[in-house]
Every structure is written in C-alpha cells, then in structure tokens.
Ligand binder design. Structure first.
Ligand code: ADE
Length: 244
C-alpha cells in the first residue's frame, strides 16, 4: 500500500515509521511511505505556508496554494489516491475506519497545522477528514502516524500472525482479555490456573469472560456492538449486578 504524507515536519516521522513492524513491512515491499515537505511547494521567496485568517481571530491558517501544488504533484503519481486530512473536526478514526482504509491502494494524508487549513483545500481535494479522538494535538503529524500504523495492521503480511488484527481489542467489539507469560508466580501473584490447564476450550471461555468484564468496566459503550452468546449475556448481567 502506498502512503504519501504531506507535512511541514517530515523529521517527526523518523522513528515511528522507520522502526519495528512498519520498518519490516516497508522492507518487504508491503508499504511504501513517502514524505513530502509542504514548504517546498511555497511559491514566494520566503517559503511562506501560513497566513492570518480572514475575519480576524487567533492563530494562522495553512495557505491553499502550497497545499494545492503539493497535492497535485503527488496525485500525478498516485491517480487512485484517496485524500485524507487530519483534523480534530474530522470523523472519528477507529478500528473500522482503519480496516476500511486498508482496502485502498493509495492514500494521501495531509497533516493539518496551526489553527486549520484553508477551507478551499477541503472543497477541492479532500475525500475524508479524520480525527484520532476528542483531543486536540499540536498538529496532524502524530495523528497521521497513528493512522498509518493502525491501517498497516490490516494489510495482509504486515503482522506476524494473520489473526492478530482480528482478535486484538475492538476487532470483536470487546477489549482484550489479560495476558500472562512466565513466571507462573511473581511477588505472590499467580497466573490464573485455567491458563496452565492445557484445556483450550476453557481457556477460550475464560478469555471471553474476562474481555466482557473489562469492557463493561472501561468501555461499556462498546458492548452494544459486541456479538455475545446467551451464556455471555448472562455473565454480563452478573457483572452488571456486581457493579451496581
Ligand atoms: N490535529 C490536531 N488534533 C487532531 C486530532 N484530534 N485528530 C487529528 N488531527 C489533529
């Protein structure tokens, strides 16, 4: 999958997109991530990329001309690209969105900065606006990194075990169950016996029960979409009764 990221701060991407799983996927040719410095597309001598907002108010707005020039240059090479803008005004970027975007061949991500981006960029070029949550960042770069990372997990071959993207939290509408590895006891805390039992059906049952309990405690809103069996609904009722 091809990612083109338009940013004023390409150096920020050093590390998150050049290490670990993303690095391996790039080396294998599964990901092709290119960074574009928006300032290179400014047309004036001082390479200005922002200006004061019409109508007054705080902050600066990213100018339309450098963005338009950069997007058009990238699009010449990426005719099928879906164009995304990172902004707190966007639709929530969640697991479903990551899965959906992983189906694209080419994705352009524009990292918003300052108070925002001239609205005409949206009107002319942007297909979707995404926010990574109800929180305001200093710019869209971290949001773009999160998006690439989360999308990459759904690209076949990126994760070591193909099922991981499905079973991890949110993949099934539940938060993940707790994990343990050796030693079997640490500072008086023992690993739950069922995990040492070798009984795979019981392990799976325990994990579902724990996942439901955790989701109820931390993100009860997710339970509305979870696909639960009759037995699991009874567990949920028990946990709800205990928490009252
Ligand atoms: N830029 C600033 N805050 C953001 C957010 N929450 N999501 C995406 N881009 C942002």
């Amino acid at each position: 999958m091809k990612f083109d990221i338009l940013t004023l701060f390409p150096a920020m991407f050093e590390g998150p997109l050049t290490e670990s799983i993303i690095r391996r996927a790039t080396d294998k040719g599964l990901l092709d991530i290119r960074l574009h410095q928006l300032r290179d597309y400014a047309t004036d001598r001082h390479k200005v990329v922002d200006d004061a907002p019409y109508g007054g108010g705080d902050g600066m707005v990213m100018k339309v001309e450098p963005l338009a020039a950069c997007i058009e240059a990238v699009k010449a090479d990426r005719p099928k690209a879906r164009i995304i803008l990172t902004t707190p005004r966007g639709r929530l970027f969640d697991d479903a969105a990551a899965r959906e975007l992983a189906g694209e061949e080419e994705l352009v991500i524009i990292c918003g900065r300052y108070e925002g981006v001239d609205e005409r960029v949206r009107e002319l070029f942007v297909d979707d606006e995404f926010s990574i949550g109800d929180v305001v960042l200093t710019g869209g770069e971290l949001a773009a990194m999160m998006m690439v990372d989360a999308i990459a997990r759904f690209i076949p071959g990126v994760l070591g075990s193909p099922g991981s993207a499905e079973t991890d939290s949110f993949g099934n509408g539940l938060l993940e169950y707790p994990h343990y590895t050796r030693p079997a006891e640490f500072r008086g805390l023992a690993v739950p016996g069922v995990l040492l039992s070798g009984n795979h059906a019981e392990v799976a049952r325990w994990r579902r029960r724990k996942a439901i309990e955790k989701t109820l405690q931390v993100r009860p809103d997710l339970l509305r979409q979870a696909d639960l069996t009759d037995e699991e609904r009874r567990w949920l009722a028990e946990f709800e009764a205990c928490s009252r």
